[in-house]
Design a protein around this ligand. Sequence first.
Ligand code: MN
Ligand code: MN
Length: 419
Amino acid sequence: MNDVATKDMLSRRKFLETGSVALAAAGLLSAADAAAQDQKPYPTKNDRRATDPGPGNPPLNGQNPDSAWPPATDSKSLVQTFKYPFSFANKRTYEGGWSREVTVRELAVSKSLAGVNMRLTAGGVRELHWHTADEWAIVLYGTARITAVDRDGKSFVADVKKNDLWYFPGGIPHSIQGLEPDGTEFMLVFDDGNFSESETVLLSDAMAHLPSEVLSKNFGVAEPALKNLPKQELFIFQTAVPGALEADQKTAAGALGKSSRDFAFRTMEMPPTKRTKGGEVRIVDSSTFKASTNVAMAMVTVHPGGLRELHWHPNADEWQYYIAGKGRMTVVSTGNRARTMDFQAGDVGYVEKTLLHYIENTGDSDLIFLEMFKSSFYQDLSLSEWLAHTPPELVMAHLNIDRTTLDAIPRDELVIVPR
Ligand code: MN
Ligand code: MN
């Protein structure tokens, strides 16, 4: 054996012998945990023997620590991915704004809902259009003017700001326009995972596909007056910033009068549905926002150190959008399968109906995210509440815990812990 090989072997053995001991000495591992780790056949994330010497992407691994080195409680059988960052989405850019979407085509598990993220400059317009899916939206930045006509043909025109919502049922025609000083950005959620923002009925596109003599007859105007109609779709385009809201409302209403329906909702004007030391939640469904007949929202804030408690939703899949901060979620699937993934602002997450999950704030600032459901109502069940309302002997026999421990489990749903 040459000197280099001997030296290599000695330093490797020294590393193996001292790895867990050194961690235990530094207080990072208990002596018992260190001993247990030395017995494990596979490296885990706290094990210094865990290496990944091949090609890799350290910044991406750093954002996804629970994928790089899963917790030992994750299963070795696969769980379909339930995360897709909007950063990966295909962006369509225009003069006046941009659009990108995450649908079942990008995130295969997300069958019940799809998201479209859109930016409009001041004056930029998402052109007049409609579609078969219902459209729920939240303003993420800036201000916008939205327009629609209801099913009686009566007009709706409103201005919306950050955290305001809107809801346009399928077939109801509408538009969105960015206002001063810097337009808007918003998240649209559609009650169909297969939805595509490029498969909507656009005013410009419809006109371009109709014979001009038919349009002339339909509108009662001479054909030459229509010679400058767009020959292809506008989708998003730049135009002048609109004038005063009241003037637009009045002229759009005309003799029919304004719609009695309110397609917008002011989220921050309602108090939190629940508030604890760990954070707060605002639940908005058709019981509070009448127009939102097929989509329900929980807007959740988890403070640093807090946890959106273990729960599940009996009624619908959950589509998530992360607005701020960092978190992680474990989804416990059926058939002894579980996976933990990490999330940050701009990510989409997904949990199938009835699967157990939690969301933990893993950062040092507030974690804010949306839980979205294709349902007229919000519903969840808390694991703690369930255990606390089951005969104690039965629960203790399952979990091998004593009565003091069981009694310490919260008896009511907290939503976000600590209490
Ligand atoms: Mn739309
Ligand atoms: Mn949930």
